[in-house]
Ligand binder design. Sequence first.
Ligand SMILES: C[S@@+](CC[C@H](N)C(=O)[O-])C[C@H]1O[C@@H](n2cnc3c(N)ncnc32)[C@H](O)[C@@H]1O
Length: 226
Amino acid sequence: MDKRLLTCAALCVGDRLADIGTDHGYLPCYMVKNGLCKTALACDVAEKPLQSAKEHISRSGLENSIETVLSDGLDSVDSNGITDISIAGMGGELIADILSRAEWVRKNRVNLVLQPMTKWDVLRKWLYDNCFEIKKELPSQEGRFVYSVMQAVYTGEKPSYSCDLRYLYCGLVSADSPDGRAYLERQAFRLETAGRGMLGSGEKSELAAEMLKTAESIRFELSKEV
Ligand SMILES: C[S@@+](CC[C@H](N)C(=O)[O-])C[C@H]1O[C@@H](n2cnc3c(N)ncnc32)[C@H](O)[C@@H]1O
């Protein structure tokens, strides 16, 4: 378990976890072994990672508590009793696509723990447009990489925060920790680079200006926090 997966574990809340794209099955094994949930499903679309999850589960003596499921996203996952779904280490677009195909996630108000590697803006926009509220967001820095893990739930209403560039790039991450500061720095840099690139090529000048303004306000926020 690395720091990023430990951050995912910290945002799970219930008794039965479905870990989608489980690969080695580290997260469900850690959760059950430490009594953080009672049972889990370790799910993956590919046979090879699922086999590796099976071996890890068996080495840990957790066969009675963790089932492996071959599934594209949530398509073959039995929703019965699932309290938490974790989807980590995938692109934001793929995470949004997986969630959009499983109506029961909304109906059952499942606690979602999402860690996009790329396209966090696409995922945050999808969550906002589809009435999922981000309740908490935790940054996690590992070496030169910095991630954000979101805890979200379907509420049936548009969230009270606005879907602006600050939200799309930074979500609820704040500057009150070294990891949070690192995440905000990185996102401000991305906004600035994208904004300058657009201005340079003469396209979408309004959006470019908005990006540069947002980057500046994040930097200002960072200059105030100690
Ligand atoms: C980079 S690994 C992430 C492993 C682990 N979740 C983590 O964060 O460390 C991505 C895993 O997602 C799986 N995957 C990719 N697309 C998937 C899909 N549509 N449904 C389920 N699993 C998928 C891959 O087979 C791979 O095992």
